[in-house]
Ligand binder design. Structure first.
Ligand SMILES: *Cc1c(COP(=O)(O)O)cnc(C)c1O
Length: 461
């Protein structure tokens, strides 16, 4: 399989090249040249597979040429051995809905499903091609810890993660700083998340430094992350329907960067019997407004109790736009340029109809999110985290019997959960001692030159 850019200005590249490139060199996002489809017999058969074996079936056509079936299988086994549930992503009945629990990885959030895979994939590529990768990123909490766990202890890889000192939750801070592997470098900066992002951007724009020190990123635009997320849509559908291809299902997805729900769209295009995709946002509703009106328009970010979805510009939206505009890369480029200039882009009525044909949407308020956690707890004893609650609330309004993606363990966002239920959710046993673990973290001023020197000392010293 080869990969092309949504903006059409990149010669087709291999899967490995697409993974190492991250963002396409023309500013677009990489996508497979074509989306493979799955026939009904395979769908039925796959419903009986364990998660890891299903992952190989789903991913193989996308990686073909670069990884053999055996290599992919070994990589998948390694990636999900770190999950604490035998089903990897189990499905549980909660009221009339099915909750797809995606938080059984090492940092208790769904990003582990993708980043455990991506870390092992990076290692494999470096082994085959030689060289080094030094990952640099800024985090407001979730992605940083998940990325650290994805690459800890891996050969040929170092990771530097900047977080704003004392501005992430205690659980998030400990999840990052208690990883003591020599290749993990936590930096608490005296500043905000935006300061961290600014520094990271500046260092990536320092092309001499970037080249000489093999800098790379792990943001949500990496195609391999989307690919890993496609798997659990197939898995959940198989668990719920037993492989009966006449049974279509609704999926409800709490989303911010359009990554998770885009993976659902890919599953739909591959032929998974999905009747509707519910796009659920919190009060930061740029995506919800787009589905309702056909206008993608920038607003202000308003901090919420589901902070991992406090996003205005959705980094994966362009991938969906490419398909919505019937794979017209020139038109995508035009629309994205107009969005960059004017803060808004619109699609025509025919495209709007295509959106309506598959997507429903709800923007869920803070009050509704808390009510959802409370009512669910009272009704069934099940504790939702605030991100998941956004999705189940949206499903309530649109469909019954939906498969709702659960993106975080409730203990990760314990404060909001306690406000709703009156009880502090407990960390799983494997993490019970988290807040007492030994830590290592540098504390530095939020200045590009200081961070750069720290990296040079760590890498060249
Ligand atoms: C990142 C994240 C989301 C949003 O996922 P997207 O792929 O950005 O849509 C939702 N919930 C949690 C807990 C997250 O960490």
């Amino acid at each position: 399989m080869r990969y092309i850019s949504t903006r059409g200005q990149v010669e087709p590249v291999t899967f490995f090249d697409a993974v190492m490139m991250g963002l396409a060199t023309d500013g677009g996002l990489l996508l497979p040249e074509s989306i493979p489809t799955v026939d009904s017999d395979s769908l039925s058969r796959w419903a009986g597979l364990r998660f890891q074996d299903l992952a190989v079936e789903v991913m193989l056509p996308f990686v073909g040429g670069d990884l053999s079936r055996d290599e992919l299988a070994a990589l998948v086994e390694r990636s999900y051995a770190t999950f604490d549930h035998a089903d990897v992503t189990p499905v549980v009945s909660v009221g009339k809905n099915q909750v797809l629990e995606l938080f059984h990885g090492p940092t208790l959030a769904f990003k582990d499903v993708a980043l455990q895979f991506l870390g092992n994939l990076f290692e494999q590529i470096l082994k085959k091609r030689g060289g080094q990768l030094n990952i640099l990123g800024a985090t407001s909490g979730d992605t940083g810890s998940s990325a650290i766990y994805g690459v800890r202890g891996k050969d040929g890889i170092n990771i530097f993660i900047l977080h704003p000192y004392k501005r992430v939750s205690p659980v998030q801070e400990r999840q990052m700083t208690s990883v003591l592997d020599a290749n993990v470098h936590n930096i608490a900066i005296n500043g905000t998340f935006d300061d961290g992002q600014r520094i990271v951007k500046a260092l990536f724009n320092d092309l001499d430094f970037k080249e000489s020190h093999s800098l790379g990123a792990v943001n949500s635009i990496n195609w391999a992350r989307i690919l890993a997320q496609v798997v659990y849509y197939f898995y959940a559908w198989g668990q719920v329907t037993g492989g009966d291809v006449t049974q279509k299902r609704v999926f409800s997805v709490p989303t911010g960067n359009f990554g998770d729900i885009f993976a659902g769209y890919v599953a739909f295009r591959m032929g998974l019997p999905i009747s509707r995709l519910i796009l659920a946002t919190n009060q930061n509703d740029i995506l919800s407004r787009f589905v309702r009106t056909g206008a993608y328009q920038l607003g202000e970010v308003r901090p919420s109790i589901s902070p991992s979805m406090d996003i205005q510009v959705s980094s994966n939206f362009e991938r969906y736009l490419y398909y919505l505009l019937e794979e017209d890369a020139d038109l995508v480029r035009e629309k994205m340029e107009s969005f960059a200039k004017e803060g808004v882009l619109t699609v025509d009525e025919a495209a709007q109809k295509r959106v309506d044909a598959l997507f429903d949407t709800t923007a869920v308020s803070e009050k509704e999110t808390l009510a959802e956690i409370k009512e669910t707890f009272q009704g069934s004893g099940y504790v939702l985290d605030p991100h998941t609650a956004v999705g189940t609330r949206a499903a309530r309004e649109v469909a019954e019997g939906a498969i709702c993606l659960s993106t975080a363990h409730p203990a990760k966002f314990g404060e909001a959960v306690k406000e709703a239920t009156g009880q502090e959710p407990e960390l799983p046993p494997s993490m019970a001692d988290l807040l007492e673990r030994e830590t290592r973290c540098a504390r530095l001023d939020a200045e590009e030159a200081i961070i750069k020197q720290f990296m040079i000392d760590a890498l060249d010293g």
